[in-house]
Design a protein. Structure first.
Length: 231
């Protein structure tokens, strides 16, 4: 019988040796792991048996990992950890609207990936960071349905984007460092602060009238970010 903390994980990477190493580390944590070598196989496996989490390479032989990620999102809120090579591929990932909950640069430490997987699973299974409803002018978040609306229109937020926004909205005008946000939203005592930067940028693109001059998520120079209510 699987541990109650174990999960079904789909590893998508056309490099067989990488997938094998990742699978071995995740199986040590008690997870049930399937591997797919391309996007079509990954989507076929996910539709047949929905995974609890997907580790997804950005560069696949048949389709872009970003497209695979978007199609996985159509199946439901499946946590996705994206892998990308250092350099141009990582630059493209950071600059894109990926929909991924986290990303890791190749080459990476399998142990660090295993820790990221644990964190993502813990977050996806935990209770929402807020209860009831949060509102700020025309921006409304519902913890019960995990929905966000702006001006009556539903926002397409990833699970981590929702949690980050909810956390900041419940602590208005309070400045948080990137390290503090990693700890409180991601549950990491260490990690790459660029993860927070990317999620903030993506949130601004979705909730700010002008992302270049944000009025809600404000940069506090030398510290991090704070949420500024509209009234």
């Amino acid at each position: 019988m699987r541990s109650t903390t174990a999960a079904r994980i789909l590893v998508v990477d056309d490099e067989g040796d990488v997938a094998e190493v990742v699978a071995r580390y995740l199986e040590r944590d008690g997870h049930e792991v399937e591997c797919a070598g391309d996007g079509e196989e990954a989507l076929r496996r996910a539709r047949t048996r929905r995974p609890d989490l997907v580790v997804l390479d950005l560069t696949l032989p048949d389709m872009d990992g970003l497209l695979v990620c978007r199609r996985l999102r159509e199946l439901g809120p499946i946590p996705v950890i994206m892998l990308a090579a250092l350099g141009e591929e990582m630059d493209r990932l950071v600059g894109a609207e990926t929909g991924a909950d986290d990303y890791l640069a190749k080459p990476f430490s399998p142990r660090e990936l295993a820790l990221r997987v644990r964190s993502a699973l813990r977050e996806s299974r935990s209770a929402p960071v807020v209860t009831g409803e949060l509102s700020d002018g025309d921006l409304v978040l519902s913890a019960d349905t995990r929905e966000a609306r702006l001006g009556g229109q539903e926002l397409q937020l990833t699970a981590k984007e929702f949690d980050l926004l909810a956390h900041m909205m419940t602590h208005p005008r309070q400045a948080f460092s990137r390290a503090a946000l990693l700890d409180r939203v991601w549950g990491w005592s260490f990690g790459d602060s660029a993860t927070v930067t990317v999620h903030v940028r993506r949130l601004r693109e979705k909730i700010e009238a002008d992302p270049a001059t944000p009025s809600r998520i404000i940069t506090v120079w030398g510290v991090g970010y704070r949420y500024q209510p509209s009234s």
